[in-house]
Design a protein around this ligand. Sequence first.
Ligand code: FAD
Ligand code: SIN
Length: 536
Amino acid sequence: MADPVEYLVIGSGVAGMWFALRAAAHGRVTVVTKTTPQESNSAYAQGGIAAVWEDGDDFEHHIEDTLVAGAGLCRRDAVEVTVREGPARVRELIEFGARFTRKDEDPAAYDLHREGGHSHRRILHAADFTGKEMVRALHEAAAEHPNITLLDHHMAVDLVTEGWLARRHGALGPADDRVLGAYVLDERQGTVDVHPAKVVVLATGGAGKVYKYTTNPEIATGDGMAMAWRAGARMGNMEFVQFHPTALFHHKEHHFLVSEALRGEGGKLLLPDGSRFMPRYDDRAELAPRDIVARAIDAELKRRGLDSVFLDMTHLPKAELEHKFPTIFHKLASLGIDMATEPIPVVPAAHYMCGGVICDLHGESSIRNLFAVGEVSCTGLHGANRLASNSLLEAIVFADRAAELARARLEGIPAPQELPGWDTGRAVDNDEQVVISQVWKEIRSFMWSYVGIVRTVRRLERARRRIALLKDEVEDAYWDFRLTAPLVELRNLLNVADMIVKCALKRRESRGLHYVTDFPEPDPRFLTDTVIQRYL
Ligand code: FAD
Ligand code: SIN
């Protein structure tokens, strides 16, 4: 058993590190992270972090933009909290050492980007590597903190709750469940240890890897969502998967993101013949919210049988493109694309999970002392569609609020107890890795084809049947073979796919990111969150 701590944080992206830094003032924090410390969705964020920053903009406009994008499903209080507390958190981020880009003409002021759905320029950024810069600053601060221990290549496998302990012995779980710790796989040793803690924080990020094409890195397998689901937490709005309209289409590079900030700087979407199509779909054209742009591209690709559409930035001089978007400029150049003289081939790809572990305004889940912060959570901020650059903001605002509540709670929580070790049961070494990679590919492929940007009930039902078939196979593998990261992730991906399809089938309307041709219009009877829970 690992040493008991006050706080066990699972995940070392922006949300997890923010919580760790805040909580460390009051207790010992262990952060476990499944690969290298900085690898996370956070590290790839390009466009920036939204916050009301300059005269001319105000909270009401940011709130309104967020509500409009959310298509009627945002929780107003979550939106208010995020928008109003956002600027203070961003200032603290700067105090932690994050260096954001300043205006060329006025170095005392920060340069602000604009992205789809925003009525004002309000996106602070570090050129086009905002996430990397935020992660760097937070990790450097954490490295100096004596109360923070970071364990890399440690993958959380399952949560330990009172309910789980009771159910192991055939009893019913308590009505109000409480978290006690988590089982964690030490990937170097191949062993599973139990980590007891007073407070457990899921900061495991999103689940883009459940789709064949995604802007997300390998870590995004929805582990926290799956663990919370298995533990019986309330989950919500999993049908709202955001597809980013512009991932690079190139045979050598798997869906590298081409930031929406480019459209904020006047980028135009073109068909192969050089004509624009977005004005036909929405008055805001290229700056319409993402769901509209992604669906428009999807429709053009399907109607015309195209491999990609094109994003044209040739109106800006080369030096300006290189200066403003160095990551994108050099990545494209390395692939032989000169964005100053030729349009960039782009396609939509799975990007962000708006749903997740349902949380209150302090990031607490339906299981006591289990918090969820960042992309793994469903706070109500995004509703049916996330406004661009609101997720980094949500991550730090809610991680801060979660740390505040956890700290206030801490004294009243009993000391972590002795917990049972991991039961390896009948597990042997797996000599059939091919089975894991095959099932993994199958899930990602049918999720793309059947549960993608445009859905039909028939295709969703097909996906549901595929999932039911694979469940036994994956559960058998899980208990028969010694745990490895790919096996744990495969089981999690299947749980996440299952939740997405369950929620999608419940919502018999089209709203925000969920578009079903059988019910093409929003229906006021569904103006509510989709909530699912394993033990009901
Ligand atoms: P992450 O940053 O993904 O961190 C999750 C952490 O959990 C990682 O350390 C991971 O290794 C760890 N982990 C996962 N499972 C386990 C496990 N089982 N055990 C242990 N550790 C685990 N949002 C914006 O607001 N602005 C942007 O400009 C922007 N650009 C983006 C660009 C790209 C390419 C992508 C992919 C996303 C972008 N987003 C952007 C979204 C945003 O980056 C994420 O939503 C946000 O960073 C999520 O932060 P997080 O801390 O919740 O999760
Ligand atoms: C982007 O830079 O386009 C991504 C912004 C986001 O996902 O919020």
